[in-house]
Ligand binder design. Structure first.
Ligand code: C2E
Ligand code: CA
Ligand code: CA
Length: 247
């Protein structure tokens, strides 16, 4: 099943996007977090099917929002490096969007840094094809992988998500604050938007706003929620972007 966690735009107060985070409802062991099965699925190759299911489920959801106040929302899905190895992945995403008649810019794909380092030629090709489709591309866990900045130049990236490890103590640790500020400025100068992950308190949110960070995600807003609860949360807490303004 997919749980969803919203991202708040600090400038507009709107929720633009929700991230889909997978869980496994296991008959005996209960609700399992991704760390308990995604690495195994990557090893066994089952990750390809899982990724396809996630993309389909996200597209179906986006289609169901048509004509509702949630129409302007974007869904972000996580894809692992193994999934990008699959030559048919881009075609599958294109087909899923077409089958549900969903504009590509409603879908965001989050990829971790290693994808931008390993198998560069192949992955650059895959990401360029995704970008041409109009799908948004985000770099997940930014700052903890490899510090090759060349890929920010070479890959068509729309969004950068600063890893939670820089954010948790950003109000107390000078070095975290310096790094976070520098990453925000670097991204902005390259025309890339920034999300801070793992924001758990108001003080951190205010500091990030002062630093010019575009969006926050984290327990301060809500932990990831099952679909219906996420919709209730959205209705109670936040307005969504006006479709006409987004284009
Ligand atoms: P991620 O993409 O970096 O997701 C963020 C993780 O941080 C999520 O853990 C989320 O529940 C947690 N989180 C969010 N806000 C806070 C906060 O304020 N404080 C703290 N301490 N944690 C917070 P989760 O759901 O267990 O997911 C773990 C990882 O599993 C994800 O990291 C992602 O890399 C992977 N994953 C999740 N869904 C999928 C999927 O559909 N496909 C693939 N390939 N990987 C997935
Ligand atoms: Ca993610
Ligand atoms: Ca992350």
């Amino acid at each position: 099943v997919l749980f969803y966690q919203p991202q708040l735009n600090l400038n507009t107060g709107e929720i633009q996007s929700v991230e889909a985070l997978i869980r496994w409802r296991h008959p005996r062991r209960g609700l399992l977090p991704p760390v308990e099965f995604i690495p195994l699925a990557e090893e066994s190759g089952r990750i390809t099917d899982i990724g396809r299911w996630v993309v389909m489920a996200a597209c179906r959801q986006l289609a169901a929002w048509k004509g509702t106040p949630h129409e302007g929302l974007r869904i972000a899905v996580n894809l692992s490096g193994r999934e990008l190895d699959d030559e048919d992945m881009v075609d599958h995403i294109r087909e899923a969007l077409a089958a549900e008649n969903v504009p590509a810019n409603r879908l965001e794909v989050e990829l971790t840094e290693e994808i931008f380092i390993q198998n560069i030629e192949h992955n650059l090709n895959q990401l360029s094809r995704l970008h041409q489709l109009g799908v948004h591309l985000a770099i997940d866990d930014f700052g903890v992988g490899y510090s090759s900045l060349g890929y920010l130049r070479d890959f068509p990236v729309d969004l950068l998500k600063i890893d939670r490890s820089f954010i948790t103590e950003v109000t107390e640790r000078h070095d975290d604050a310096v790094i976070t500020r520098a990453v925000i400025n670097l991204a902005h100068n390259l025309g890339i938007e920034v999300v801070a992950e793992g924001v758990e308190d108001e003080v951190t949110a205010n500091l990030l706003r002062d630093m010019g960070c575009d969006m926050i995600q984290g327990y301060l807003l809500t932990p990831p929620l099952p679909f219906d609860e996420m919709m209730d949360w959205l209705d109670k807490n936040h307005q969504q972007p006006d479709q006409r303004k987004l284009g």
